[in-house]
Design a protein. Structure first.
Length: 244
């Protein structure tokens, strides 16, 4: 019931409800609206807005539909991240997200060069993306140094695919700005489409996963959605390459 389009339209407070709901599925179906509001640290009015955005007339309908969706799911062993990942794949199993992937492919298909950009774990995923895209016939490389110099001619008719969970890392934002300045198209893959990087990019794909930060600064938010998005784009590029 949580579609990618619906989640993308949630504001910060409504996302707090969504994150609480998918982490506490067994509790939520029995909660009153006041209990859910208190648990998510929002108002009951915000809960009602959330329900409306999920396509429900009110909280009672939301709770019934949510309970039915839980009962229809295939029960899996309780492992870290399973609920969140299942919710992600349920949310993108629609034509809207498929069309977003297709739009990304259109941006990439005719580029002479693909450059993956990221720092930390996103840098490692950039390296993976470059290798995977090269496997399907679209030569790519990666930059995991946030201070890498971007010159005028090097990235002409290129696409920079910039990966960032928060989309707020200053060094990455600086690189994105430099790519745009030198006429290089920017595609961002971020956790939120309202972050600074997403707003700077020519095109954004977001995955809306609950963020997990340890020790106040180490982001260990699951990157499974990013891998899926990269591979989905690459497979479509492979079809284009084979048809030529």
């Amino acid at each position: 019931m949580f579609t990618h389009t619906a989640i993308a339209n949630l504001n910060a407070l409504e996302l707090m409800i969504y994150n609480y709901v998918i982490k506490n599925k067994d509790k939520v179906m029995y909660m009153t609206i006041r209990e859910l509001a208190d648990a998510a640290d929002v108002s009951t009015t915000t809960v009602m807005r959330f329900c409306k955005k999920m396509g429900c007339d009110g909280y009672s309908e939301f709770r019934i539909r949510f309970k039915l969706s839980i009962e229809q799911e295939i029960h899996q062993p309780v492992n870290f991240g399973v609920g969140e990942i299942v919710s992600f794949f349920n949310s993108i199993n629609n034509k809207v997200f498929e069309e977003l992937i297709n739009q990304a492919v259109i941006h990439i298909a005719n580029a002479d060069r693909i450059v993956f950009v990221g720092a930390g774990s996103s840098g490692s995923l950039g390296k993976y993306g470059a290798r995977f895209f090269s496997n399907v016939g679209k030569f790519s490389n990666y930059i995991d140094d946030p201070y890498y110099p971007v010159s005028t001619d090097t990235f002409k008719n290129s696409v920079a695919i910039i990966l960032s969970v928060s989309g707020e890392t200053q060094e990455i934002l600086r690189l994105a700005s430099q790519f745009s300045l030198h006429a290089c198209k920017v595609i961002s893959i971020t956790n939120s489409e309202t972050c600074s990087l997403a707003r700077m990019a020519d095109f954004n794909l977001s995955y809306h996963m609950p963020q997990t930060v340890v020790s106040g600064r180490h982001n260990i938010t699951t990157q499974v959605p990013v891998i899926y998005i990269l591979e989905a784009i690459a497979h479509r590029l492979a079809k284009i390459h084979l048809s030529k």
